[in-house]
Design a protein around this ligand. Structure first.
Ligand code: PMP
Length: 388
């Protein structure tokens, strides 16, 4: 059953077994790494480390092959419907990936009078680059209209309003798969129908890759960007997946510099590990942990939970929190709450969470879990929160 599966899985994280008193609850920032990933990196670095794409000797050739295999592995993991006609580019994380798409692709594809739709209340990594691209074009005399993605009161995108802001000039829509503050699935499979077939859709999948099954066929997007380091791979890893259909070719950097070879090796190993663990099971586990925490917090009147407030019993997918729960205390400031929790061994995030709309003005405490967290950890946290 799920509990047995989970306890076997947790044992695979050396940092967690080495620190039994510490409770890591900041996986939305970066995940811990399983032994299989660490081993893959050690193996690569001790058996054939070299630069990629430029050698005539076996270690260099093998490094090149490992990177190509990692790109293929990424396509497979994402359920790429047309693997021969897509590009995978490794980057340091979602921020860099989205920035590259804005700078190296979007700027070259927009014409005077075009429109783009971008989120205002998601992570600033998925907002600032689009505004910067439009500002750069404006300096060159190309006027691009930016429309804000509409949200509903539960902080899902308002898919009903979307058709009214899509026009014949809409070229590009940027969206997020799972919200990094509210933890809700943003239901982006509905976007394509509202946008029509010709609009390029770019997906920030930073909080979904590794947390739930992801299928490009179902999502029907043109770009997907994620952070490997939030999905069990080493720090400084991530990828852009780009469909080549409709000429959306994209090749920033490519082999222009030395790639993060050990990081890319770790990413391929992390995707293997995630498939083996089962993203469907991980989703069930982290959704259950988040529900346990929200249920507990609802019984404590001092806490306000951010985001969707509807009953968890209802069956709309937005009511599930994918391992992320963010809240405030009515008397204790969020930064203070963060310090109190840290003193007791709980590692949480207490700030404005890089949320484009809210900025740093409104701070809150974010608890984010991954497959390795336990119900006991959530209960210990609730115990402490109850006593404050
Ligand atoms: N988008 C979302 C939704 C995120 O949660 C994050 C991570 N905080 C990012 C983008 C940025 O990712 P990275 O720090 O790996 O560049």
């Amino acid at each position: 059953d799920l509990r047995d599966w989970q306890s076997r899985l947790r044992e695979q994280f050396p940092i967690l077994t080495a620190h039994p008193d510490q409770v890591y609850l900041d996986s939305a920032a970066t995940s811990q790494k399983p032994l299989a990933v660490l081993d893959a990196v050690t193996k690569y670095l001790t058996s054939g480390n070299a630069n990629a794409g430029r050698g005539t000797y076996p270690w260099a050739n093998r490094t090149t092959a490992l990177i190509e295999q990692a790109a293929q592995r990424t396509r497979e993991f994402l359920g790429d419907p047309e693997p021969d006609r897509s590009g995978v580019h490794f980057v340091s994380g979602t921020t860099e990936g989205l920035r590259l798409i804005a700078r190296d692709w979007l700027v070259g594809h927009l014409r005077d009078g075009d429109e783009i739709i971008v989120p205002a209340a998601d992570h600033s990594a998925n907002s600032l680059p689009w505004h910067e691209a439009a500002a750069q074009l404006a300096r060159e005399g190309v006027k691009v209209r930016i429309r804000e993605m509409p949200y509903d009161p539960a902080r899902d995108y308002d898919h009903r309003l979307l058709p009214s802001i899509v026009t014949e000039r809409t070229r590009f829509i940027a969206v997020t798969h799972v919200h990094h503050v509210y933890g809700g699935d943003m239901n982006i499979h509905r976007i394509r129908a509202a946008a029509g077939p010709d609009v390029v859709i770019c997906l920030d999948a930073a909080q979904s890759i590794g947390h739930l099954p992801v299928s490009l066929t179902e999502l029907d997007v043109d770009f997907l960007v994620f952070s490997g380091h939030k999905a069990m791979a080493l720090p400084g890893t991530g990828a852009i997946w780009a469909a080549n259909r409709r000429g959306a070719r994209f090749a920033p950097g490519g082999w222009a510099g030395t790639p993060n070879t050990s990081g890319i090796v770790s990413l391929a190993a992390a995707l293997d590990w995630l498939d083996e663990a089962g993203t469907d099971r991980i989703a069930r586990w982290t959704v259950a942990l988040a529900a346990r925490l929200t249920d507990g917090l609802r019984r404590l009147p001092a806490y306000e939970i951010l985001g969707c407030q509807r009953s968890l019993a209802a069956d709309s997918p937005v009511q599930q929190r994918h391992g992320i729960v963010t809240f405030r205390h009515d008397r204790i400031g969020s930064n203070d709450l963060g310090f109190v929790l840290a003193a007791e061994g709980f590692m949480v995030r207490a700030d404005g969470h890089c949320q484009a709309e809210a900025g740093e003005k409104t701070t809150s405490v974010r608890v984010s879990v991954h497959a390795y967290n336990t119900t006991k950890e959530i209960d210990r946290l609730l115990d402490l929160l109850t006593r404050l």
